[in-house]
Design a protein around this ligand. Structure first.
Ligand SMILES: Nc1ncnc2c1ncn2[C@@H]1O[C@H](COP(=O)(O)OP(=O)(O)OP(=O)(O)O)[C@@H](O)[C@H]1O
Ligand SMILES: [Mg+2]
Length: 253
């Protein structure tokens, strides 16, 4: 077997007296979709924020492509190829689609005989349009600010951003929350597209059918700990719920 793209070893994150993530280890292989499940407050968002440079962990190690990493910020992680869609989605509401895809990596151009440097909105919009087309995501216009878009369209923009910048790992925290049914299907389809391109995805979800629709493997957390790791095809929603509520725990054996 080839080396995992991401390897988390004994990760621990403490807030004051609360151990939000407690000695968690798991791997993510290339092209694999891994579900991260658990009840409210289980530590899922905190765990992925430790990976993506929002939080520094107290203990443990994160290996990305075989090398230890500790990202100082989400932008730092994005530069390394880890794109994260947070539960509280990290797009800039006042900017348009193109500007969001290029957020933090804006393309500039020189105007008036090179005297003035300005943002190359046209280039960014053209590139965004091409990426969205390649993913069969359709927007009537790319010049509307993000706040005018629906939740599903925002998810699509964030996914397009990952595709455009050739993310090597995509992390999605509850991406289908608050979406209509067609939009939920679109997000799942985009996850399959990423997988098809060899980009692994960590998918945090409360929605069992979503987990069964797209994941290869699932990791279940309960009160900060990893309590189960299963091949999706070899488990059931009933079994996973038992782990989520703490009725079963593989780590306690
Ligand atoms: N910045 C923070 N400061 C202090 N405590 C925090 C912080 N972020 C999270 N916590 C706490 O850490 C624990 C884990 O929270 P986390 O958001 O990771 O859970 P979760 O599994 O993502 O839950 P949900 O499914 O509701 O999103 C919770 O008890 C939460 O209150
Ligand atoms: Mg969360």
């Amino acid at each position: 077997m080839s080396e995992p793209l991401l390897s988390i070893r004994g990760l621990t994150k403490i807030f004051g007296g609360l151990v939000a993530v407690d000695n968690v280890s798991f791997d993510v292989a290339r092209g694999e979709v891994v579900g991260l499940l658990g009840d409210n407050g289980a530590g899922k968002s905190t765990l992925i924020k430790c990976i993506s440079g929002v939080h520094a962990s107290e203990e443990g190690e994160i290996l990305f492509d075989g090398a230890p990493v500790a990202f100082a910020s989400p932008m730092d992680a994005r530069r390394a190829g880890i794109e994260t869609i947070y539960q509280d989605l990290a797009l800039a509401n006042n900017l348009d689609v193109g500007a969001n895809i290029f957020l933090g990596r804006e393309v500039k151009t020189r105007r008036f005989g090179g005297l003035i440097q300005t943002l190359d909105d046209r280039h960014m919009r053209d590139q965004s349009r091409q990426t969205l087309d390649s993913l069969q995501i359709r927007f009537p216009t790319l010049t509307e600010p993000i706040e005018k878009l629906s939740g599903g369209q925002r998810q699509a923009v964030a996914i397009a951003r990952a595709v455009y910048w050739e993310a090597r790992l995509m992390i999605m925290d509850e991406p289908t929350n608050n979406l209509g049914v067609p939009e939920q299907h679109k997000v799942l389809e985009l996850i399959r597209t990423l997988k098809g391109r060899g980009v692994p995805v960590i998918l945090i979800t409360h929605v069992m059918p979503d987990a069964f629709a797209v994941t290869d493997r699932v990791v279940v957390m309960h009160r900060g700990r990893k309590v189960a790791e299963k091949t999706t095809a070899r488990t059931s929603a009933e079994e996973l719920v038992q782990y989520m509520v703490g009725a079963r725990n593989d780590a306690a054996a």
